[in-house]
Design a protein around this ligand. Structure first.
Ligand code: NAD
Length: 248
């Protein structure tokens, strides 16, 4: 049984990916700052016949990131899959963005992905098989009010492409998924911050999307499932946009 770790898996896209990988037959470390949320995801996975353990951890903290990987390996076996999905937003126009807004977003997305990947790749390279999937965003192409987030998500793409170059010879692939708008607490908070009703916000967003709706967490999980499969063994260093066909 393959063993994977999904960060930010207490809810939203991370939780959907954890559920999907469990359904695919993988055992998993469900990592999140929100320990209760992790436990909730694990309970649902277990009730559906899957195997998972909850791990409360801050991915941006070196020790807790390392411990999350080691605990998963100790309890479930060699870690060969890592999904970096933990994330936060601290949106503001550049002139209002505080240094703390900048640092916290860069820390969770970039430092977090780096720390988790550095710890997990040691297991993958030793096993000669691995899959790393980083959740970037269409915001990597630039998005008003998100200088910090866009920089972090663009950084994750360079990070992913470098992992593909360095780890390919060990049978480890690294890819990024760049979702457009997805229906989660994150977009709900974003709409609320702009003073918009969520349903109206979703309808407005959907008007610019060829497929006529914003994404569901399961849409992203399906692509993550493929990228973690045996079948995706020759796909590496890629950015897969999952955005309903929108231009950006
Ligand atoms: P979400 O807010 O619903 O979930 C994010 C999860 O990450 C939460 O459970 C949170 O507790 C956890 N988290 C935050 N900081 C953490 C830390 N330091 N350590 C461990 N866990 C931490 O968000 P979501 O919409 O599910 O987003 C998941 C990922 O997808 C994020 O990286 C986000 O940037 C990305 N993304 C989301 C959208 C979207 O429209 N929702 C679009 C593109 C990309």
């Amino acid at each position: 049984m393959r063993v994977g770790i999904v960060t930010g898996a207490a809810r939203g896209i991370g939780a959907a990916i954890a559920h999907r990988l469990a359904a695919d037959g993988m055992a998993g470390g469900v990592v999140d700052l929100d320990e209760q949320g992790s436990a909730r995801t694990v309970k649902e996975i277990t009730e559906n016949g899957g195997r998972a353990i909850p791990i409360g951890a801050d991915v941006a903290d070196e020790t807790s990131a390392r411990n999350a990987v080691e605990q998963t390996a100790a309890e479930l076996g060699t870690v060969s899959v890592l999904i970096n999905s933990a994330g936060i937003i601290r949106d503001n126009l550049i002139f209002r963005m505080t240094t703390a807004d900048w640092d916290s977003v860069i820390d969770v997305h970039l430092r977090g992905a780096f720390l988790m990947t550095r710890a997990a790749q040691a297991h993958m390279t030793q096993a000669g098989w691995g899959r790393i999937v980083n959740i970037s965003s269409t915001s990597a192409l630039g998005n008003r009010g998100q200088a910090n987030y866009a920089a972090a998500k663009a950084g994750l793409i360079g990070f992913t492409k470098t992992l593909a170059l360095e780890l390919g010879k060990f049978g480890v692939t690294a890819n990024a998924i760049a979702p457009g708008y997805v229906e989660t607490d994150m977009t709900m908070a974003s709409a609320a911050r702009q003073g918009l009703d969520y349903d109206e916000w979703k309808s407005a967003a959907a008007r610019d999307i060829p497929l006529g709706r914003i994404g569901k967490p399961e849409d992203i999980a399906a692509v993550a499932s493929f990228l973690c499969s045996e079948d995706a063994g020759y796909v590496s260093g890629q950015v897969i946009y999952v955005n309903g066909g929108a231009r950006s």
